[in-house]
Design a protein around this ligand. Sequence first.
Ligand code: DGY
Length: 418
Amino acid sequence: MVPPELAERARATLRRNDRGGYTVPSARLYPFQWNWDSAVVALGWMTFDEERAWREIDSLLRGQWENGMVPHIIFHQPADTYFPGPEEWGRSHRSPPTSGITQPPLLATMVRAMVEQAREPQLARERCVKLLPGLVASHRWWYRERDPEGTGLAVIYHPWESGMDNSPSWDQPLAAVPGTSRPYARRDTSHIDASQRPDPADYDRFVHLLDRFRELNYDAAELYRQSPFRVADFGLNAILVRASDDLAILCDGQGDRATAVELRAAAARGRRALEDLWAPRLGQYVSFDTRTGERLTERTHSTFLAWHARLPHLSDLAGHFDAWMGAAQYGVASAHPRSTAYNPKKYWRGPIWPHINWLIGRGLAEHGEAERADRLRADTLALIERSGLREYFHPGTGEGFGGDEFAWTAAVVLIWGS
Ligand code: DGY
C-alpha cells in the first residue's frame, strides 16, 4: 500500500502540472507536453479521473504529423524556460507547434492498460475507438520510415528519441556527430545543477543533429541516408514490439482483424531481430549502431525491458538483474554501478528512473517473477517516500535529483499504489 498522504501528493502534483488537458512533466524544466511522459501520466490520471486521463492522450495526438509520427514535444502554449523551443525545430507554423523527432512508443501499451483498468468501460470504449486510427498510423510510421529496409529494428536519429538522452550506450555513436559551432543558450542548467544534466559536449551534438534534421526538412529518405546518428536502440525496440502486441489486442477488440494481423507480424519480425541483439558473453541485450555495424555493449538498464517485450533469455537475464541490484543500495541503476561509465547523479548514466522500474517490474510480474517485481516496487516507493517526487534518484544514497514535483514519478506512485 502507498501511504495515503503520498498518494494525495501525487494526485496534487498531476493537478498542479495540468495545463488544461495536458500535463507538463515539471513546471519550469519541461513546460510543454512530452510524448512518453504523457503516456505514463495518462495511466496515473486513470486512477482518479478517467475523463481527464483520456484527454491527455487526445492532446498528445493533436500534435501528430500527417505521416503518423507522434512528436516528442507538443508546444501547446509558449514558455520561455526551455531550449530548444518550437522555432528551433522549424515547425512553429503547425497548430499546435511541435518538435521534429519522436520518443519511445509507449502509447498503445498505456492505452491498452487504460482500457483494461477502466471503471467507466463505456467511456473507455468510446475514447479508444477514436484513438485507434492515430495509434495505428503511428505504428505504421515507425515500421515504414524507421525501418525502411525491413530489418525488424526501428532506428533513432537523435539520443532524445531514445528518451535516455545521455545513456552511456550513445557515447560511441555520438562521437561521430560533430558538435555545433553556432551559439545557443541551454535553459536546463539554469533550473538544475549541471552535474545532474548532460555534458556541454553532448548538447553541442544534440543541437547539431536538430539543425541538420530541420535543414533536411524531415524528409524520411534523406534522414535515413544522412543522419550521422542512426542507432537501433534495444530499449525502444522492446517498447515498440510490446506496444504493437498491445495495439493488436485493441484492434481485435474493435473487430479489425486485418490490422491486428499486420501488427502481430511486425512485432514478430521485431522480436526475431531483437533476439540477434543478445550478447551471450555479456549476458544481456545490447543496442546496435546501424551506421558502423557495431554493437553498443554498455551495461544499461534497457536490457531489463526484455521482460516487458517478452523475449527469450529471461532466465539468463535474471542472474544479471540480481547482480546489478546487489551492486547498490537501491535498484535498478540506469548504468551498472560497477561500470566505468557509472555516475550516480548524472541523468541516464546511473540514477534510477521510476517509470523504467515500473515497466521492468510489470514485465517481471507478468512472467511470474513476483519477488523481483516486488523488490523493484519497494525500492521505487522507498526512494520517493524518502526524497520526494523527483525525476531520478541516486542508487547508493537514495537522494533525489533533476526536476521536482515530477509528473511521471507521481503517476508511478498512483499506478503502483492502486
Ligand atoms: C531534454 O530537453 O532534456 C529532453 O530530454 C529532450 O526531450
